[in-house]
Design a protein around this ligand. Structure first.
Ligand code: GLU
Length: 492
């Protein structure tokens, strides 16, 4: 439909959390809408009352909001084609089913589920597939009258026309199918609940959807939908079926591969901008080898043609790398805001708006892949007392005479003025030379003294950041620790 602004939708069933696959489908729809000045609609497919829950809806909305995928019509924002919860649209599905019966595209089916099950089982025992045998299509009017008079439960089945038909898929090209392999599927169950096929098509028509972008797992449903659009007298939208997301072992992504819920990634310390960038490249490419793309860049280059037909592999290492890149580039005040909840969660007090904290973040962030890493890296800087890691003690604190060297360094640092990187470095190197030891040995011990660890950002920067008083106090505390270590019985 050239010239018409697209209307696309994300239509999750709230029977589970927002899976990364669902988030990627939502993102592709959102990018398409934003690229073409279209409308992104969020529709909650909650007709399965038993399996849907309000909590799941909340989780899905929160996940979309966190990713920044705002919807133009849907829960919370409303819109001219609502309601946007299918559970509030049941009358429309019933009306559409009744209309299809009136128009001869559908018929009532009174078959008992037991009979259908028996027939299916018998066919399967013979190694055959079974399709509904259209028993109710052949019922004489008197029999129908009898069944109606007796109040027999009835479903509505679609009368699948015998025809070759096809649809054009933006990802897979033309997909042709023979309708003889499609049985007369149920549209409305005997309890008057619609099946997915009916509700999705009725809503796509009523909501004016121009493009259906959804997972490959729906490809087999699309022929049924195409037939239903025709029967309801509406043009079918364009379709784009997006390839599945696989784990590293090329099997469909599942919990076995690690986190699959968007909320879980948020909890693990990924930035939404990194997650969006990563998800966008799962099955889509702007061409070339561009990897880091901001949201406006993604919007500007997104097209359905760029979606590949092959399955996409979810590579956590790449996600970590990308997240590290975003952590490194975020304006530091924004990073402080992003890490604040992680510090709170870990129970580490952080002066998030203090300039010294921002300097600390700048120092640490090149080493962080996740926001949780930032907390761990910052912990020794913010804690009252440093905890010495056993491995660090073992590796760097056993040299004889170390306490005296460290005492000398504490004295040298006390006299270092100005307390900047160049002077601190000169003090450390000078002390090592005076005491006839390698600078490395003194640096390692100093690192343990001030951070408790074997690795940290550049030690001179670290000392300057901590300031003279704290650095000296930590060195002196190490001297005490070393004395205690010497007098303690050796460990086995
Ligand atoms: N509610 C369906 C699902 O969650 C999606 C339907 C569609 O996109 O057509 O799989």
């Amino acid at each position: 439909m050239p010239g018409v602004a697209p209307r696309v939708r994300f239509a999750p069933s709230p029977t589970g959390y927002l899976h990364v696959g669902g988030a990627r489908t939502a993102l592709f729809n959102w990018l398409y809408a934003r690229r073409h000045g279209g409308t992104f609609i969020l529709r909650i497919e909650d007709t399965d009352v038993e399996r849907s829950s309000a909590d799941m809806v909340t989780g899905i909305l929160d996940g979309l909001r966190w990713l920044g995928l705002d919807w133009d019509e849907g829960p919370g924002v409303g819109g001219p084609r609502g309601p946007y919860f299918q559970s509030e649209r049941l009358d429309r599905y019933r009306d559409a089913a009744a209309r299809l019966v009136t128009d001869g595209h559908a018929y009532y089916c009174y078959c008992a589920p037991e009979r259908l099950r028996d027939e299916r089982e018998k066919a399967e025992a013979r190694g055959e597939a079974w399709q509904y045998d259209r028993a109710c299509l052949a019922l004489p009017p008197e029999r129908i009258a009898e069944l109606e008079a007796a109040g027999a439960p009835r479903a509505i089945r679609f009368k699948v026309p015998a025809a070759e038909t096809a649809f054009e898929d933006a990802v897979h090209g033309r997909i042709a199918f023979d309708t003889r392999s499609i049985e007369d599927f149920v549209l409305l169950r005997s309890d008057e609940h619609p099946t997915y096929h009916l509700s999705v098509v009725v809503d796509d028509i009523e909501m004016g959807i121009t493009h259906v972008v959804r997972g490959d797992d729906h490809i087999s449903n699309t022929p049924k939908h195409v037939l239903l659009f025709e029967a309801l007298g509406a043009p079918a939208p364009s379709f784009a079926h997006v390839p599945l997301i696989l784990g590293g072992d090329k099997k469909r992504l599942s919990k076995r591969h690690g986190a699959t819920s968007v909320t879980e990634y948020r909890r693990q310390g990924y930035l939404p901008e990194a997650m969006v960038n990563f998800l966008a490249l799962l099955g889509w490419s702007p061409g070339g080898d561009r990897e880091l793309m901001s949201i406006p860049e993604l919007v500007a280059s997104f097209s359905l043609d760029g979606i590949s037909g092959g399955n996409a592999v979810f590579n956590t290492e790449k996600l970590d790398w990308m997240n590290g890149q975003y952590i490194a580039r975020l304006p530091v005040a924004e990073l402080a805001a992003a890490v604040a909840p992680f510090f709170a969660e870990a129970g580490v007090k952080a002066p998030v708006s203090d300039p010294s904290f921002l300097r600390l973040l700048d120092l640490l962030r090149p080493r962080a892949k996740r926001l949780t890493d930032v907390v761990e890296l910052a912990r020794p800087f913010l804690a009252e007392t440093v905890e010495y890691e056993p491995a660090a003690v073992e590796k760097h604190l056993t040299a004889p005479g170390l306490a005296l060297h460290v005492t000398a360094l504490a004295a040298a640092l006390r006299a270092t003025d100005p307390f900047d990187e160049a002077h601190v470095e000169a003090a450390v190197r000078g002390t090592a030379t005076e005491r006839g030891i390698k600078a490395g040995a003194l640096i390692h011990a100093t690192r343990v003294a001030v951070t408790g660890r074997t690795a940290s950002p550049g030690i001179f920067e670290v000392l300057v950041l901590l300031g003279r008083e704290t650095s000296v106090a930590r060195l002196e505390r190490l001297v005490g620790f070393l004395a205690a270590l010497r007098s303690a019985p050796p460990s086995q």
